[in-house]
Ligand binder design. Sequence first.
Ligand code: GDP
Ligand code: MN
Length: 398
Amino acid sequence: MNIHEYQAKAVLKEFGVPVSRGVAVLKASDAGAAAKELGGPLWVVKSQIHAGGRGKGKFKEAEAGEKGGVRLAKSVKEVESFVAQMLGKTLVTAQTGPAGKQVNRIYLEEGANIAKEFYLSLLVDRSTSRVAFVVSTEGGMEIEEVAHHASDKIVTFSVDPVTGALPHHGRIVAKTLGLAGDLADQAEALTARLYAAFVAKDMAMLEINPLIVSAEGRLKCLDAKISFDANALYRHPEILALRDETEEDPKEIEASKHDLSYVALDGAIGCMVNGAGLAMATMDIIKLYGAEPANFLDVGGGATKDKVSAAFKIITADPQVKGILVNIFGGIMKCDVIAEGVIAAVKEVGLEVPLVVRLEGTNVDIGKKIIADSRLNVISADDLDDAAQKIVNAVGKA
Ligand code: GDP
Ligand code: MN
């Protein structure tokens, strides 16, 4: 689960991480008072969407100006006009896709005077099973770019969970960023605090870009992006309360209500599969035959007819889906349950795209009979390879 920048900064502040003072603004009429409260003389007006690249982003609406989703204001009047221009508008950044995202919240911050910009992030590194730090002097730009063009400017290290962050970790950060004296001490404290926050809140990723040295010689997090491990959210109701469903894919929200493992993707072939491994293999083979999956979906082992039907409805409701592949290996899951679920869903919402069904395993004969008796226009397939080729032929290559 992702949260907004202003929420992320509030979480980090609890752990003593240095951030700028700021006020979240939800209504344009509140902007003036918020600006006066912060005092100035420099303010940063920041669009809050769950995507990065806001500074270099552009609004779809001309009246919002071409200046991007993060703007510096030099007067209360300017703050008011920028907030009014941004709120309700659609911001398109390198991370939103061409459709962009509507800006419904603004974070107004006191403006910092930047002397240097760095990059710092923490993430769960699966290869070492530890929390890893990624540190670079090349702040402000996307780390993927840096990794591509100047990978020698990126330093990574991981932290032993038994000891937690130790002073030498802080010294690696300071050394990488070329900091000495008091700034090195600040880097050491920051390293320990970020690690503490990461572990305490079960984060999956914490990215500070840029981390800055201000003109006054203070290390400060000017941007903060956090995503949390969804499997640990039950331990953090205060984090769950920060969820902004308007930022999430409605299909994924619907899927989570039915306890389905569903991830929306960009392709044209909707997939309904049981088992994460088979779902991954199905996506791979669709790609192998030249098309792209519209989703990852694992209906799970003990799914009921209702759950299967809900899953099928989520797939058919996606306007991107031009064909559906049902690929079930019945083990715990029974093929007749899948067949019944699919037919129940089709009866309710209809079926306007080609459907290829491959069933194998427990109760496969009953499942196939249910589908045949339904007189649905189903293309049946014998194995995974055959199924993938049939759906790609029916839909066309990407
Ligand atoms: P992003 O574009 O979505 O990553 O948003 P950021 O929060 O990183 O802001 C974009 C850029 O705006 C930063 O890289 C900074 O260069 C600039 N910026 C943000 N806050 C301040 C500030 O307080 N003072 C100044 N001078 N620039 C800022
Ligand atoms: Mn940033």
